[in-house]
Design a protein around this ligand. Structure first.
Ligand code: CO
Length: 134
């Protein structure tokens, strides 16, 4: 079921500053900023060849990463995103195995224009997991 690692996401308090670290200090290619109101974040993607780094900044009052940044004000690893071939089949299999799907359990369109779901970190070794239909 589990496909390749699509990205590692890092929550940051300042997207422009974080982008500059990756672009100027680390010499990586950083995408343009995308705002995703439905997900409560602004994002950029850093292409590191074998996978991507997603830098996430809170967007709006009810951003799901606001609480994370209160606990970790300088930022930190927020989630891992794995690709799956069929997100509905993957969701149903995981739910049958007792895993909790966040939100209303229905996929939303993610930053790559593809359906995504998030799984409860307590069911996955303390790590928030995003599934993206490849
Ligand atoms: Co993500």
């Amino acid at each position: 079921m589990l496909g390749r690692l699509n990205h590692v996401a890092i929550a940051v308090p300042d997207l422009a500053a974080a982008s500059a670290i990756y672009r100027d200090t680390l010499g990586a290619t950083v995408s343009a900023v995308q705002t995703l109101p439905e997900h409560g974040v602004s994002v950029v993607f850093v292409d590191v060849g074998n996978t991507k780094i997603e830098l996430l900044e809170p967007l709006g009052e009810t951003s799901p990463i606001a609480a994370f940044l209160q606990k970790s004000p300088s930022g930190g690893m927020h989630h891992l995103c794995y690709e799956v071939d069929d997100i509905i089949a993957a969701r149903d299999r995981l739910k049958a195995a007792g895993a909790r799907v966040l939100g209303d359990g229905e996929p939303k369109i993610g930053a790559h224009g593809k359906p995504v779901l998030f799984l409860h970190p307590k069911d996955f070794t303390g790590t928030l997991v995003e599934l993206e239909q490849a």
